[in-house]
Design a protein around this ligand. Structure first.
Ligand code: UN1
Length: 511
């Protein structure tokens, strides 16, 4: 608790303003400067950054192409050691990253602490995976007189396009995976969280990543992002964000007369939580609140729809309303705050438009009162609605809004069909103490991450590999054992080892 208090003091004493600019060796020009305001208090400046212009994007691509082969030829263990060093540096300097996550992204202090921990976990996990998968070629069986080996190499230039909702963890996860697999990386972070991405890039370079191997291009998707994804030199893109943006990236990559690029997309969800009449109401309400409102609901994993069986629905809805009364919305720099602001004014208006639509279609269960000081920031009052069916929700609502739907025992399969019909498949929560029901639901609902009798957010690296199916993404799962493989090309080497063709010294290739 003292440690938490010290971190909170550090956040509030942090050295704003921060600044950022493109990190591209040899680039001389630059684009416009963008001011960053604190989402909790728009009059408070967090810093400013300079966007990349077209010449800087071109320079970054040329640098990345030139630098990649040498980086790829390094032993995987050397790249892994750099990631491990970066994890240590992150932990030593976590105060500054926590302050940035709070001030630039509006994260609460506990969420910002978790963010730094997750970023360090990604570094260490992908380092360990690279040592296992990339360090030595796999010896494959073959006929006598022949040696067969399988090598993994980087694909080339990888573009990493990261979101503002996990501005450090997902940024570091994408970038370190691409790097350790032997790619050079051009990172294009969400505009809203450029400052923290800049500090993370500098930290990785300090840990030992050469400057041309990891470059940062601040800017918007329409100019910087689009310039990257239409370029034939790009061999792969790792993207986390909306399904709509993933489609646009996919189309841009497909339109190139260029090598077929790898796309790793982690996108939205319309995540359900199904509770049957055997659920424990206290635990259900606690987990539903965490899943729906933590990080102001700005997680792709967040629970959006609670399907509650009619026998317990009245009780659960009453408890939910009561528990929401206890939620404190406010400055994320205060330890007493449960829910901070949403990311920006655009997010507020999208949510306000949803609330307007819900007026005619839903019954308001509860809207949390906002304290007066929230008027200074981009806050959205957390709320819960009862809705008649999923048809009312046309698209993902990315904010602190939970929708509740009642169901009868005979309707379970219709609930399951409705969830699958959304086309998304990210997280699923189940609250039930009947094993057969849990199994029935889990086997039928399409969802990448299913959680039973607990909350459905906060997947732990290496423990709950994270990612969905369908409209929710391509896989492989981040923080899982197969993620790095998608960043790599596979090459086989077959050598005739008989006396006629043999050259024994070739057998040490790749060692
Ligand atoms: C996202 O919100 O973009 O499990 C993905 C979780 C997080 C979700 C990250 N790993 O809540």
């Amino acid at each position: 608790d003292n440690e938490l208090k010290a971190l909170a003091d550090a956040v509030n004493a942090a050295r704003a303003p921060w600044s950022a600019a493109p990190l591209v060796p040899g680039a001389s020009s630059g684009g416009p400067t963008v001011q960053v305001a604190d989402p909790a208090k728009r009059s408070r400046t967090v810093g400013s950054w300079q966007a990349a212009d077209a010449a800087t994007v071109e320079r970054a691509l040329a640098n990345a192409v030139a630098a990649q082969p040498q980086w790829d030829r390094l032993p995987a263990a050397s790249r892994a050691a750099i990631l491990e060093h970066a994890a240590d540096l992150l932990e030593q300097r976590r105060g500054e990253f926590i302050a940035l996550a709070v001030r630039e992204a509006g994260k609460t202090i506990p969420a910002a602490i978790a963010e730094v921990r997750e970023a360090a976990d990604f570094c260490r996990y992908y380092a360990a995976m690279a040592r296992k998968l990339f360090a030595h070629p796999e010896q494959l069986p073959g006929p006598t007189g022949e040696s067969n080996q399988l090598f993994l190499n980087g694909r080339g230039v990888f573009v990493c396009i990261s979101p503002w909702n996990f501005p450090l963890a997902i940024f570091m996860g994408q970038v370190t995976a691409a790097l350790v697999a032997g790619n050079s990386v051009i990172a294009k972070p969400a505009e809203q969280t450029t400052l923290i991405a800049y500090q993370a890039t500098k930290l990785l370079r300090e840990a030992g990543v050469p400057e041309a191997v990891l470059q940062l291009l601040p800017g918007d998707g329409a100019t910087v992002g689009a310039a990257l994804t239409r370029d034939p030199r790009v061999a792969g893109v790792a993207f986390t964000g909306s399904t709509e943006t993933a489609w646009a990236i996919n189309r841009a990559l497909a339109a190139r007369n260029a090598p077929i690029a790898a796309l790793i997309a982690e996108t939205g969800g319309q995540n359900a939580l199904i509770a049957d009449s055997s659920a424990l109401p206290e635990q259900l309400v606690k987990d539903a609140i965490a899943s729906a409102f933590d990080s102001a609901g700005q997680r792709c994993s967040a629970a959006r729809v609670l399907f509650v069986q009619d026998d317990i629905a009245d009780k659960v809805i009453a408890m939910l309303a009561g528990a929401m009364d206890e939620l404190k919305v406010g400055d994320p720099g205060l330890l007493s705050t449960d829910i901070g602001p949403v990311i920006d004014a655009d997010a507020c208006s999208v949510l306000a438009a949803h609330a307007e639509r819900m007026r005619g279609e839903a019954k308001l269960i509860k809207e949390v009162a906002l304290p007066a000081e929230c008027a200074e920031g981009t806050f959205f009052a957390p709320r819960a609605y009862e809705i008649p069916s999923l048809d009312v929700l046309k698209r993902e609502v990315f904010g602190p809004v939970l929708h509740v739907i009642r169901w009868k025992a005979s309707e379970l399969d219709r609930v399951i069909d409705a969830i699958n019909a959304t086309g998304y498949g990210l997280t699923l929560g189940i609250h039930s103490r009947i094993d057969a029901t849990v199994e029935h639901i889990q086997k039928r609902v399409r969802a990448g991450n299913c959680y039973v009798n607990r909350n459905q957010i906060g997947a732990v690296v290496g423990v709950q590999p994270f990612g969905g199916e369908g409209l929710s993404g391509t896989g492989p799962k981040a923080g899982g054992p197969h993620y790095l493989l998608r960043f790599a090309t596979e090459r086989t080497l077959t050598i005739n080892t008989t006396a006629a063709g043999g050259n024994a010294s070739l057998l040490t290739l790749g060692e």
